[in-house]
Design a protein around this ligand. Structure first.
Ligand code: GMT
Length: 372
């Protein structure tokens, strides 16, 4: 099949999932056309069957805000027509699903019929999407999609609760590949931790919803009992306040901010525990990526996280903001007596989400639409 994938090219989870999905589909022989405004961070170098179409955004002085959605719809029309695509798969509803709807209508006037699949990822529904100013457009373009998927049962329920959606929503969970092993890491743990110290990590885009300050508070409590270092990967609006908190708590020697890293598996490979105390999280891909490297997770129980991280098995779940419970769990998990069991359980739990299991779910959806 020839598939157009529309995505955010940034470090966010939806862009990572869309890029990895496209690469895996290309590997199976499908022809993949990524459409977005900049080269997706996980795309890497040349891959057979993969093409990238950049949406250039004009900076005409009349516009205070550039009409990205219009440029994207025009690019989709062009790529569908001249690359003979069979379908479009858009990741994240805003504005990708509405641009796909517009492209579909334009192509219809030219005698070309193209189905589009919308995958809901989380904040397009739970945060941004619930802004009343977006609601009519989101409801409309979800209902007009030829197929709709959500990355967790929790996200499907949230969508049905907050939007008047009649269209069927299929749950297709996010996935990982288990190719990378801890022993492949290009970094040595002695770079960050002394012998006897554990390594705890957190990876995110440092937005408020991630509650990154809770990561610091949980860690601050835990190191009173377990010697450890905390590695932060990523960057975003809350990073500065986190740096201030580290200084305030005199923890700068124990906490390292590594910034944005393209391949986070190197850091996960030297980690002993992963923290994800998010306010809301439709799935928690970062937690799954950690588990796939044998890193157990202490997380909140919000949204779709309990579908990924199993309490007292691959890690622990606590109520959002319950820093005391999280630190108690972290101490328990990091003890030499328990860590190995949690490690192997984390890996076992991740095996339920391999790309080999999830890819056919998307292929089934595509095949049905193309054969219609
Ligand atoms: O929240 C992020 O880090 C980015 C955001 C996105 O859309 O890029 O992530 C959402 O989609 C991910 C992939 O499906 C999910 O794993 C995340 O849980 C979800 N984030 C939230 O719901 C806050």
């Amino acid at each position: 099949m020839k598939i157009g994938i529309v995505l955010y090219p940034t470090f966010g989870g939806s862009g990572v999932v869309a890029t990895e999905l496209g690469k895996a589909l290309a590997n199976k022989g499908h022809e993949i056309h990524f459409i977005t405004y900049s080269q997706p961070v996980r795309l890497g170098g040349f891959t057979k069957n993969v093409f990238y179409h950049e949406v250039s955004v004009s900076d005409y002085p009349l516009f205070d805000f550039q009409p990205y959605e219009t440029e994207l719809a025009s690019k989709m029309v062009d790529v569908v027509k001249y690359e003979n695509l069979d379908l479009i798969h858009v990741h994240y509803a805003i504005p990708h699903a509405s641009a796909a709807y517009m492209a579909k209508q334009i192509l219809k006037t030219q005698g070309i019929s193209i189905p589009y699949v919308t995958t809901l990822h989380g904040t397009d529904i739970t945060l941004v999407g619930r802004d009343p100013s977006f609601e009519p457009v989101i409801t409309f373009c979800i209902n007009e999609s030829d197929a709709v998927t959500a990355v967790s049962k929790s996200l499907k329920e949230d969508t049905l609760k907050h939007f008047n959606v009649q269209n069927e929503i299929t749950v297709v969970p996010n996935f990982i590949s288990l190719d990378k092993k801890r022993s492949d890491s290009k970094i040595n743990r002695s770079l960050y931790a002394t012998q006897g110290e554990k390594i705890v990590s957190h990876i995110s885009n440092f937005r408020k919803v991630k509650r990154v300050e809770d990561v610091i508070r949980v860690f601050a409590e835990a190191i009173k009992t377990v010697p450890a270092k905390l590695l932060f990967v990523g960057d975003g609006p809350e990073r500065y306040s986190c740096e201030l908190l580290c200084r305030e708590l005199s923890l700068c020697e124990h906490i390292l901010f590594l910034g944005k890293i393209r391949d986070t598996s190197d850091v996960l490979a030297i980690s002993d525990a992963f923290l994800l105390p998010s306010q809301t999280e439709s799935f928690g891909l970062a937690a799954l990526e950690a588990m796939s490297m044998g890193v157990p997770v202490v997380s909140s129980n919000s949204g779709g996280i309990p579908e990924v991280n199993k309490h007292e098995f691959s890690g622990f779940l606590s109520d959002v903001g319950d820093v005391n419970d999280m630190s108690k769990n972290l101490i328990h998990m990091l003890s030499d007596e328990h860590l190995e069991t949690f490690r192997s359980n984390a890996l076992k739990q991740a095996e339920a989400f391999t790309i080999e299991k999830v890819l056919p779910m998307y292929e089934d959806i595509y095949t049905k639409l193309v054969e219609q």
